[in-house]
Write a protein that binds this ligand. Structure first.
Ligand code: GLU
Ligand code: ZN
Length: 283
């Protein structure tokens, strides 16, 4: 494998500072750095779950791996005004509606409307579509009225490992673009910030491939460029679950503290084929 990045591509590593980074993050960062000039984005818009110590650890862990990005990182929370301006633009086009539903109400409405089989995606059934925003101060989220966009629900994209791919943008129903806590939702912030950082190749785990059709639709709606994608395989723990913050033994800070070779680890992870079955990690 050539370790020289394909500098024609701009890739990204976009962790959320909600917990310590683990081997799965190191794999994602190593693959991003292998496939292009890696940008770092701190996805810190979920304000109740983000912690400054986790953000500091992201920088320390990347430096230990030898993967500190050349360009300054983008903190998503600093882009809130830009995210809001994009939302206002969609609102002016009549594409949004206010949703006051609680999680429990959405669940009950879904059951009443569809009685889905276990394991099916629970799509928001559009309960609040056509209603005016509440005038009494009830908190609400802004949802995108997908049917009003005039765009096809089947969206296509190019995955450098898997080839041409397609998916539906409406699997979860009309998506929330602005949350009840007055912060942007992931999909809106993600497409705006991928464009802001000049990302040409979105590198991320295949668990996020289900987000891609909706993100393509949002890119079209907002006039943003279409990146290519690399949805890489996942690292699994001994129980066969995607490595997560609960797998404390595999945190990068614990490996660093144990004296492991960071750049060596990054090289080994970059050398792995991003395609193929998910990989079990036996510590
Ligand atoms: N912030 C997300 C995560 O930590 C990544 C989102 C993305 O890559 O689009 O899993
Ligand atoms: Zn609603």
């Amino acid at each position: 494998m050539s370790r020289r990045p394909a500098l024609s591509e701009v890739t990204r590593f976009a962790p959320s500072p909600t917990g310590p980074l683990h081997l799965g993050h190191a794999f994602a960062a190593a693959q991003a750095a292998r496939h292009g000039a890696m940008r770092l984005r701190i996805e810190d818009i979920d304000r109740s779950r983000c912690r400054p110590e986790h953000e500091a650890a992201i920088h320390a862990d990347l430096a230990w791996l030898g993967l500190a990005p050349a360009a300054p990182p983008l903190r998503q929370s600093a882009r809130r005004a830009t995210h809001r301006a994009a939302l206002e633009g969609l609102h002016a086009r009549g594409l949004l509606y206010a949703c006051t539903c609680t999680r429990q109400q959405v669940g009950a409405a879904v059951e009443a409307a569809a009685a889905p089989h276990a394991g099916e995606t629970l799509a928001y059934p559009g309960t609040c579509r056509g209603r005016p925003p509440p005038a009494d101060g009830t908190p609400f989220a802004w949802r995108l009225d997908l049917s009003a966009t005039g765009l096809p629900m089947v969206q296509r994209w190019d995955d450098v490992a898997a080839g041409p791919r397609a998916g539906r943008a409406d699997v979860a129903g009309d998506p929330i673009l602005w949350r009840k806590d007055d912060w942007p939702a992931y999909h809106l912030a993600c497409v705006l910030d991928d464009a802001e950082q000049g990302i040409t190749l979105v590198t991320r785990g295949r668990d996020l491939e289900a987000a891609t059709a909706l993100q393509r639709l949002l890119q079209l709606l907002l006039g943003l460029p279409a990146p290519r994608y690399l949805h890489h395989r996942l690292l699994l723990n001994r129980a066969g679950q995607r490595l997560a913050k609960r797998d404390r033994a595999e945190t990068l800070s614990s490996l660093r503290a144990a004296g492991a070779d960071g750049p060596g680890l990054a090289r080994a992870l970059a050398a792995l084929d991003p395609a193929g079955p998910d990989l079990h990690v036996t510590p």
